[in-house]
Design a protein around this ligand. Sequence first.
Ligand code: MN
Length: 281
Amino acid sequence: PNGAIFRAKTDDATITAYKSGKVLFQGKNPEKEAMIWMQFEKKTSNPSSIPAQTSRDKALAVVNHHHIGSDESGTGDYFGPITACAVYVKEEQIEHLRAIGIQDSKAIQDHTIKKLVKQLIELQIPYSSVVLSNEKYNKLQAAGWSQGKMKAMLHDTAIKHVHEKNGSDLGTIPIVIDQFCTPKVYANYLRSENLTIPPQTHFMTKAETYSIAVATASVIARSRFIDEMDRLSEVIGEALLKGASKKVDAQIANIIHTHGENILSSIAKVHFANTNKAKLL
Ligand code: MN
C-alpha cells in the first residue's frame, strides 16, 4: 500500500508497517501477533514510561506463593465459544498440582484434560470459569468489540467470581494474567466498561510455564471449551473441527450446504476469514 515499508502475513495476522512509524495488525487474531512485538516497544519509546518488564518481574515474584491465575481458550478456533478461567492456588498446593501433571493445556491431550479436571474438583481448588457463547461473541464483534476486549472482560469476570466465592480476604491476593495485550490496553478495555483492574494484578506472557494457577486455569478453560465443542457437535450432527485450517473451511462449506448460513452465528466466530473461504468452496 501507499506509504508502506512492508506487509507481512502470519497465520494470525497481516502486518503492515508505514513510513510514518505506524504499524497495523489486522486479520484473524491480530492481538496474538502484536503481543510478540510489544516487548520491544520500551526500547524506542519515551524512557520515562514504565518498562514493560515491570509487571512480568512482579508476576515472577508471586508465582511461587499463593496467587490467582487466569487464562482463556478457544480464541483461535473457528467453531465454539471463548472460555476463560481463574483459579486460586495456595502455596502448599503448588507441588501437588505439578505432581498430578498440571501444565499448559496446549501440551495436554483432550482425554487427559478431563481426568485432570476431575482431580482438580476432588482437590476442591477454588475456580471460576466463564463461557462467551458464539451468539454473544458475534453480536459484540458486530458492535465493534475486538477479541482482546472480549478476553479482558472474561478474565475480569472469572477473577472477580473467584474473589466472591472465597470471601473478601482474597482481595489482597496477587493475580497473574496470561498476557494477551499490554497491561495498559487491558486496563483501557476494563475502563471502557466502567470496571477497574485490581491493583495487585500482574501480567506475563507464557504465564502457564511459570504459574501453576495459570496452568490450572488453562486446563479448566480448555475443558469447558471441549465440553462446548461436544455439545455443538451434537447439535450439528458431526464432530466440529478445532482450529481454523483448510479442513475447517471444507467443513463450514458442508454445514452451510446442509443447515444454511444462519446456523454459523450460533456455532462459530463468523468474522474469521474462514467464513468467506468456505463460501468460495
Ligand atoms: Mn493464554
